[in-house]
Design a binder for this molecule. Structure first.
Ligand SMILES: NC(=O)c1ccc[n+]([C@@H]2O[C@H](COP(=O)([O-])OP(=O)(O)OC[C@H]3O[C@@H](n4cnc5c(N)ncnc54)[C@H](OP(=O)(O)O)[C@@H]3O)[C@@H](O)[C@H]2O)c1
Length: 496
């Protein structure tokens, strides 16, 4: 339940207190220079500076007489400065606390020197209390949620500054990223296939602005990833070799860059990570914190790693690009694969009629996932039996894509995942009001949270072909590249 919000009242109270204190300080200084009149008039305490110096001497009877003029001057300067700073609202918290300390000292000295009933006694104690209250509460959020959020943030920042203070650490990094620290990782030293993957020591990732360091539990494999240019290049196009693959991660937040509030240390998260940065086939990965979503509650961290890239691809294909509507007819090529398995379930959940292509041995599996029909692509040409599709989601490419136009109805859309659609091909079919689109999946925390909700509601589940330890990444990629995986291959990083 949300805590009641007193923010408006608190803000009004703190502004009122700040101005009252500031004006009181300035008013007291004005009084000692005779601005409110001469001594003896109502509401005039000193009336001239000499009387104030005498008053200072009376309070500070224990100090040598020679220091009294300096004390009076210091007190006057401090009150003027604090008064001005409080009125303009500069660093209210600190100024109010210093003011409180000054006023408390003044009030105590007055009580000792002149007795409990000294003139100004009550008002100075009140002002001291007000100043301390303002100092303590100036920044207090007044909602339990906000208090907890700030407490978590302070813990994170403490952790970050701990590593800074530890010496040798990169100043932008969290605890696990001191210079020279290494981790186990799978790396590619040159472009190629699974044969280039090496299990070895690598430097722990460096955190940039907005990053979180994730202690990786598992990463999903996208076999085609080794053919992507981004696997070997940084976001600015420069060479990234040796490069770490694996762009879907599940794990626990280990540390965060300064100012990151999207996640907290210890959160169990999952994400699609940027393709043009090192991936998660390692013990640690640096990720844009804004891309991290809480992992589905009903999945463990290994299962969660099978979700981000494939589920987001299906989600974005249907909802960002094809604008899938309930009741529409969808053909999904490669329905038993990593993307296909999610596509079947998400389209069905959205109320579409789903036809999937797969080999005969995956027929029952796909019917169980929710497909309305399954076509055995090895024995049947889909274009001979399928008609009037609103959407074709192609995860295969080449001839499969080229033949897919025939099954689209006018106004239908072909979404190609493996490769862009040649312009001439799209233009030719555009004449029949058929559209073609290729896109690259992008990280999206909000969509991942929606997918997690679907998973937790039991509407969608990840399909894991096999979980293998990080040390066997090469064999896992080889198996994936062979092209007949049912669901996802997952590397369990924390169980080498
Ligand atoms: N553009 C993007 O953002 C994006 C995102 C994700 C993936 N992709 C691309 O999408 C493609 C699929 O990725 P994925 O991870 O889903 O691959 P995957 O898991 O390796 O797909 C394997 C599946 O493909 C099926 N298959 C193979 N040949 C087939 C055919 N001719 N017709 C129908 N099904 C066939 C296999 O089923 P059987 O065993 O039954 O033969 C197997 O289940 C890859 O090229 C990947 O690069 C692109």
């Amino acid at each position: 339940m949300a805590a009641p919000r007193w923010t408006g009242l608190a803000t009004f109270g703190s502004v009122f207190l700040r101005l009252a204190l500031g004006i009181s300080f300035l008013s007291a200084v004005a009084d000692r220079f005779g601005l409110w009149g001469v001594y003896g008039q109502p509401n005039v305490s000193w009336g001239n500076y000499a009387r104030f110096v005498d008053y200072t001497a009376a309070l500070n009877w224990f100090l040598p007489a020679a220091t009294i003029p300096a004390m009076a001057m210091i007190a006057t300067a401090a009150e003027t400065l604090f008064g001005l700073l409080l009125v303009v609202g500069w660093n209210t918290r600190i100024v109010a606390l210093l003011s409180g300390a000054l006023l408390t000292t003044f009030a105590l000295t007055m009580t000792v020197a002149l007795g409990v009933k000294a003139p100004l006694n009550f008002s100075v104690f009140s002002a001291a209390g007000g100043a301390l209250l303002l100092g303590v509460c100036a920044d207090v959020p007044f909602t339990v949620d906000e208090l907890l959020r700030r407490s978590r943030q302070r813990n994170q920042e403490r952790s970050t500054s701990f590593s800074k203070a530890g010496g040798g650490g990169n100043t932008r990094n969290g605890r696990a990223v001191s210079e020279g620290a290494t981790m186990k990782a799978i790396r590619l030293h040159k472009e190629g296939g699974p044969e280039q993957l090496v299990y070895e020591d690598a430097p722990k990732p460096q955190l940039g602005a907005g990053d979180a360091l994730i202690r990786v539990h598992a990463t999903g494999i996208t076999p085609a990833e080794l053919t992507y240019a981004e696997t070997y290049r940084n976001c600015d196009g420069s060479d990234r070799l040796p490069a770490i693959p694996g762009h879907e991660v599940s794990g626990v937040v280990e540390s965060v860059a300064h100012g990151v509030t999207d996640v907290s240390i210890g959160d169990e998260v999952y994400a699609l990570t940027s393709f043009c940065r090192d991936g998660a086939a390692a013990e640690y990965v640096a990720v844009h914190a804004a891309d991290l979503a809480p992992k589905p509650k009903t999945l463990n961290l290994v299962q969660a790693a099978a979700v981000p890239l494939s589920a987001l691809t299906a989600w974005q294909a249907f909802f960002d690009h094809a604008r899938l509507a309930p009741g529409q007819r969808v053909l999904i090529h490669g329905a038993a694969g990593g993307v296909g398995g999610f596509a079947v379930q998400i389209a069905r959940w959205h109320g579409a009629y789903v036809i999937g292509t797969a080999s005969a041995e995956n027929r029952d599996f796909l019917l169980d996932l929710g497909a309305n029909e399954v076509i055995d692509y090895q024995h049947v040409r889909f274009e001979e039996i399928v008609r009037d599709m609103d959407v074709v989601l192609d995860t295969i490419g080449g001839g499969t894509r080229e033949r897919s136009w025939q099954v689209l109805k006018p106004g239908g859309i072909l979404v190609s995942l493996p490769e862009p659609i040649p312009e001439s091909e799209a233009a030719a079919h555009g004449k029949d009001s058929k559209r073609g689109v290729f896109f690259i999946v992008r990280p999206d925390r909000e969509q991942l949270s929606q997918i997690a909700a679907l998973i937790d509601a039991g509407a969608v589940r990840p399909v894991i072909a096999q979980t293998v330890p990080l040390t066997e990444a090469r064999e896992a990629f080889e198996r994936g590249v062979a092209g007949h995986t049912r669901g996802k291959l997952v590397l369990a990083v924390d169980k080498p």
